[in-house]
Write a protein that binds this ligand. Structure first.
Ligand SMILES: O=c1ccn([C@@H]2O[C@H](COP(=O)(O)OP(=O)(O)O[C@H]3O[C@H](CO)[C@@H](O)[C@H](O)[C@H]3O)[C@@H](O)[C@H]2O)c(=O)[nH]1
Ligand SMILES: O=P(O)(O)OC[C@H]1O[C@](O)(CO)[C@@H](O)[C@@H]1O
Length: 472
């Protein structure tokens, strides 16, 4: 059985290169890698179909075929489209038709049984392929534009400007078409279905009440990497941390998300800066891959990343807490896991203060390594930690963040034990892959129907109408 994973953005290689160093390289890539690897273990032949990049700054992604390991299944198939240079995900919309045309010619002599699509750009590519071949496809959103728009306070007044940067017009239309034509919408939690897909921008096409349209398939944690085995620590990471800590034994508050506005790092820095109690109890650790010392490296960053990091550094200087805030540059998930384990020995807390988190792989990974978890109540974490195994906070209420962190630190033993149990019992990539296999086997049996005409990628009118009504 041949299954394609359509994932035009970011890119894949055996070293997870650039993971979290660039906003398009994060959880979705981990998710697609782990699910496709476990599907391959179930004897499915999997191709991750992504973009060929011939760019000296991104040398890892020029080979047409690549693999994670010697099994050579999944195969990473890199299709040329949009020229040679690396492009941010927001710049790919114009070239997705070329992506699909080149997929059609590459696979013309091969039998494709089913297609899974990831994020709006993958979903739209699935719609274009279905219009040509009639093939059924599943859609996994990973992150939907409507919630991002709402949390970035997009309004009728600033929409035009923000649309130039985030391309919400194309993204929302791509998501709507993906929801309409997918044979199955795969969600990580049931709240994702009922909360995210019932957004006014989707509710007319997402069939939220139609049980046969949705399948809840929780993501997993790679427990070969994220575990509480203290004998399996990356020594280079331990050395980096010990050198910086200089025998400090205080617990830490750990922030490890990629630099993206929606991750809302600044709220935790502000909470920490405003609370003497927190500063007495713990230090603040910020993991920024590829930025060893932000105060000196900030000029190397993109304008968008600089705009996120500058207020964080200013807050640290203004509150005079530079001696309590530590930055770490962790080059891999193995290094990340070792850092989590090191800090769990100091009874530390992992915090995810996103304005909105569709699911959140990072908090369950941190929990598997023994950290207590404090996470935003907006999105996936509210279901993941609905059993009280993690502390849920309002990411827009600084005082609530302070109290949540104090609760996590004061009750570290209770939360650390409870969250580890919760994660290991409910979140494994093997069970995620079994869920996908059920979707694939069901989808193969469905009738193949082509799509007459695929509408153009422009939801501007729908969005402006929504923004106008939202204001009233
Ligand atoms: O220094 C770091 C920090 C993070 N990570 C990894 O980056 C990933 C982050 O994933 P996640 O916490 O899920 O956040 P996003 O990158 O924002 O992922 C998007 O896609 C995910 C998969 O669908 C969803 O869980 C998220 O909610 C969605 O925002 C994790 O696997 C981490 O292990 C690193 O490798 N190194
Ligand atoms: O922040 P956004 O635009 O909703 O996109 C989520 C981003 O995070 C990722 O998980 C990074 O891998 C991708 O899904 C996407 O680039």
């Amino acid at each position: 059985m041949k299954v394609l994973f359509l994932n035009p953005q970011g890119n894949f290689d055996k070293n997870d290169s650039h993971l979290t160093e660039h906003p398009d390289f994060g959880g979705q890539l981990i998710y697609v890698k782990e699910v496709s690897k476990e599907l391959a273990n179930l004897n499915v032949s999997v191709d991750i179909v992504t973009r060929q990049i011939n760019d000296p700054n991104w040398p890892e992604f020029s080979k047409k075929f690549d693999y994670f390991d010697t099994n050579k299944n999944p195969t990473i198939v890199r299709i040329p489209f949009g020229g040679d240079k690396f492009l941010n995900k927001e710049q790919l919309w114009l070239f997705l038709k070329e992506y699909v045309d080149n997929i059609l010619s590459f696979y013309k002599d091969q039998k494709i049984d089913f297609i899974t699509t990831h994020y709006a750009d993958g979903g739209y590519s699935g719609v274009l392929l279905k219009s040509k071949l009639g093939l059924n496809f599943s859609f996994t959103g990973h992150s939907l534009g409507a919630q991002k728009m709402d949390k970035l306070n997009v309004s009728s007044e600033n929409f035009e400007d923000l649309d130039k940067e985030y391309h919400f017009s194309q993204r929302i239309m791509a998501e709507r078409l993906s929801m309409q034509y997918a044979s199955k919408i795969i969600v990580s939690t049931s709240m994702e279905r009922y909360e995210q897909y019932s957004h006014p921008l989707y509710v007319d096409v997402s069939e939220v009440e139609n049980d046969s349209k949705y399948k809840v398939i929780p993501p997993g944690v790679n427990t070969e990497i994220f575990n509480d085995d203290m004998t399996d620590l990356d020594q280079e990471t331990v050395a980096q941390i010990e050198k910086k800590l200089n025998k400090q034994q205080k617990p830490f508050i750990i922030l490890s998300s990629r630099l993206d506005l929606k991750k809302n790092h600044i709220s935790v820095v502000k909470a920490y800066a405003n609370s003497k109690d927190l500063q007495d109890k713990a230090n603040l650790g910020i993991f920024l891959r590829g930025i060893p010392d932000p105060f000196t490296d900030i000029h190397k960053l993109s304008e968008k990343e600089r705009s996120i990091l500058t207020p964080i550094l200013e807050e640290i200087v203004k509150a005079n807490i530079k001696d309590k805030v530590y930055f770490f540059d962790l080059k891999s998930q193995l290094a990340l896991a070792s850092a989590y384990k090191f800090f769990s020995k100091l009874k530390s807390v992992f915090v995810l203060p996103s304005f909105y988190e569709p699911f959140g792989l990072a908090p369950i990974e941190a929990g598997a390594c023994g950290l207590a978890v404090v996470a935003t109540k907006n999105g996936g974490p509210s279901e993941i930690f609905s059993d009280g195994s993690g502390v849920l906070i309002d990411p827009e209420d600084i005082q609530d963040i302070v109290e949540g962190l104090i609760n996590g630190l004061n009750n570290y033993d209770y939360f650390s034990k409870k969250v580890k149990k919760r994660v290991l019992e409910n979140y494994t990539w093997k069970s995620t892959a079994r869920g996908y296999l059920e979707v694939i086997e069901e989808g193969i049996k469905l009738p193949k129907k082509n799509i007459e005409k695929v509408p153009s990628l422009d939801a501007k009118e729908i969005i402006l109408d929504y923004l106008k009504n939202k204001k009233i």
